[in-house]
Design a protein around this ligand. Sequence first.
Ligand code: 9YT
Length: 132
Amino acid sequence: MIVRDLNAAEKTDRRVVSETWESTRLLLKNDAMGFSMHVTTIYEGTITPMWYRNHLEAVLCVEGEGEIETMDDGKVHAIRPGVIYALDKHDKHVLRARTRMRMVCVFNPPLHGKEVHGPDGAYPLEAEEVTA
Ligand code: 9YT
């Protein structure tokens, strides 16, 4: 069994900080679960365009408020605690955070650990591994 504490993980390389968000990656590829699981904080008032063309991602909002827009059809959905969205079609999307938001995110295939968005908003399939 794997047991990990978010508070402890935040003090290690599992915490990755980007411009509009930070994410602590609690489960990664080397845990061999077939998915990775992260707790992500989106900073208040930010706009983050993303396009996970190499991954599927499901996101559960547990704190804060914002909205998500799918770029192909311009549909906007309110995101608040208890709302989940799943990018089952590798949807190009933009997340606008009205307040600080906390999200639980699952990725398939799992992340290696150090991924940040490339210029296209995607993560590469290969990246530096975190072992801490
Ligand atoms: C909601 C979202 O996708 N935010 C970007 C960070 C990502 N969840 C991650 O790498 O954990």
